[in-house]
Design a protein around this ligand. Structure first.
Ligand code: SAM
Length: 281
């Protein structure tokens, strides 16, 4: 079968299974199998595909049909300026989370040195993107999920910042090591009873412990704020990702713990996404 026909037949299968981005997904998966860029597929659409590669492609199309996210199939995802290794059991980095990186780089633009803690490190995408941009920064990433810790270590090595970061498997509630200039986190913040409304790709394939923020969605964020008030140095920053409707609740929690709100930043879809605060006492 030639490239063009394989894409057309893959597209039909994905569309039948209600996968919206069927053309793009087929191109990404076939490019991955052939170890080429997507552009190559377009320029060589009449090239014959070897049977072994066609088999691999069909297998990926079947998995994608069941809703498995592309990032878990190709085991990588671009975030900020880097490509991260991704695997099942660990949350796939989201473009909206780049809002936190942008905010951090702006706030610390005149600082050459800071100790950073990333709570709920996942793939390592937040802390590693910051460390890559700021060669004088160092820090720690914590997560309850051992797969996250292993993947973060791998990504740190891949991005060449492994000597400036440590990863520790722990619950944030039990963590009390060090003092930090910046604590940053994208915590689980979906209400437990709303998890079932998430898209199938997310609900059936991404880890619940990365999404579930308890009955009111703010349980984990609340715990992080409590911890951060002890772990931050005076005038240290706490940068949190929040859900579009959590601005008021989280603002009150922060103020009750002695934080001053600096800014709330919107994401690419113009929803409140990131809240920046300073520990003042
Ligand atoms: C929304 S994900 C964020 C992952 C990554 N930072 C990102 O932005 O892609 C939340 C992460 O917090 C971790 N987590 C959940 N509860 C935790 C807890 N009590 N202590 C530490 N980490 C926790 C999850 O395992 C998950 O990796």
């Amino acid at each position: 079968m030639i490239i063009n026909d394989a894409i057309e037949s893959g597209k039909k299968i994905l569309s039948k299974n209600l996968i919206k981005s069927s053309q793009l997904d087929c191109e990404i998966l076939l490019a991955e199998v052939l170890k080429k860029k997507r552009k190559y597929l377009i320029l060589n659409s009449n090239e014959q595909i070897k049977d072994i590669n066609l088999k691999k492609f069909k297998n990926l199309i079947n998995q994608r049909s069941s809703g498995k996210p592309i990032a878990y199939l190709i085991k990588k995802k671009n975030f900020w300026n880097s490509e991260f290794v991704i695997d099942e059991g660990v949350l796939i980095p989201r473009p909206d989370t780049e809002t936190l990186i942008e905010a951090t780089l702006e706030i610390f633009k005149n600082k050459d040195y800071a100790n950073v803690l990333d709570v709920g490190v996942g793939s390592g995408c937040i802390i590693l993107s910051i460390l890559k941009e700021k060669p004088g920064f160092y820090g720690k990433g914590i997560d309850i999920n051992s797969k996250s810790i292993n993947l973060s270590k791998l990504n740190a090595k891949k991005l060449g910042v492994g000597n400036r970061v440590k990863f520790i498997k722990t619950n944030v509630d039990n963590f009390s090591l060090g003092k930090y200039d910046l604590i940053i986190s994208n915590p689980p913040y979906i209400k437990t009873n709303e998890l079932k409304y998430l898209e199938k790709d997310v609900n059936c394939f991404e880890p619940k412990e990365a999404l579930d923020g308890g009955l009111d969605g703010i349980l984990k964020t609340q715990n992080i704020i409590k911890k951060a008030s002890n772990l931050l140095r005076r005038n240290g920053k706490l940068i949190l990702e929040i859900a579009y409707n959590q601005r008021n609740k989280i603002t009150r929690l922060l103020q009750n713990k002695g934080f001053v709100i600096n800014r709330v930043i919107k994401d690419y879809a113009k929803n409140d996404r990131c809240i920046i605060s300073t520990k003042t006492n």
